[in-house]
Design a protein around this ligand. Sequence first.
Ligand code: NAD
Length: 324
Amino acid sequence: MTGAGGFIGWHLTNALKARGHWVRGVDIKAPEYGPSAADEFELLDLRRWDACLLATRGGVEEVYALAADMGGMGFISANHAQILHNNALIDIHTLEAARQQGVRRYLYTSSACIYPEYRQTEAQVVPLKEEDAYPAQPQDAYGWEKLVSEVLCRHYTEDHGLETRTVRFHNIFGPQGTWEGGREKAPAAMCRKVALAKLTGDPVIEIWGDGEQTRSFCYIDDCVEGLLRLMRSDHREPLNLGQDRMVTINELADLVAAVAGTRIEKRHVPGPQGVRGRNSDNTRLRQVLGWEPAISLEDGLARTYAWVEAQVRAKRAGGAAPLG
Ligand code: NAD
């Protein structure tokens, strides 16, 4: 698995080990919030071709390709050249190395960011179906790179017979995700802001834009279940994986405050917001996997908030953050 030191990779490694698989985890960094359950964990820079050959060596049968230089809107909207350069190298080299090493199945992690900007201009957006991806007009370089790599996977299947699976995530969140430092995404950032409001007694939290932009959010356990099911399926086309309940960022803040049991005052400030509205159409997901994400946003936020608050408390106390 590449990106095994990251948020989704850490959880997916646990799930694969729990099902009895042997796992080699590869990343440019170790997991930040707890040790990896992988049988082998190797620090490799997957922009490099030789590193990708090492990562896929030794009879690896399946690759979950999760490595990417990524973050939330703040990071993605401000680092286009770096993201396109790094992720293109990672994806081109990892896929070709997998082919040369005789890997049988390859799961590529794409993103809802590949969907065209012109379909996401209203907060009350029509949920996005897989075929809505074209004519292409992703908002950021991050989305363009993901889209090209989706196409690369399709051609590797057609030209080389490598079985590829492609998932398009819609805002995955949960414990063990980045919650500070500039790469955190909206749910973790909101949990941190609300936790700080609760712990300091200052109820003001900042929200980028008017907070009426909409998204759907999917809890990590559902994401992992969907990944395992997709890898086993015979579906070769890209597939949405997310929740189809859309909320505004203001509503997200209120839900987190309710979970935290604290009062907040929202201050709307200028900041990157991404597209105005986005939601997942899960029709094909249900057809293909016979399943869809089931953990409610409230449940997921409760579990995530508890973890982020513990991190914030530990940091304020000057100690090491608790694991797990
Ligand atoms: P993450 O940032 O926590 O994990 C990505 C990992 O890739 C990180 O641990 C990072 O160190 C590693 N990486 C970056 N550059 C590397 C390099 N040169 N060599 C080796 N490893 C490198 O992100 P995540 O949320 O776990 O996302 C996993 C995958 O899912 C990514 O491909 C991401 O683009 C995609 N995705 C995630 C979401 C989401 O909501 N979390 C949404 C859409 C797509």
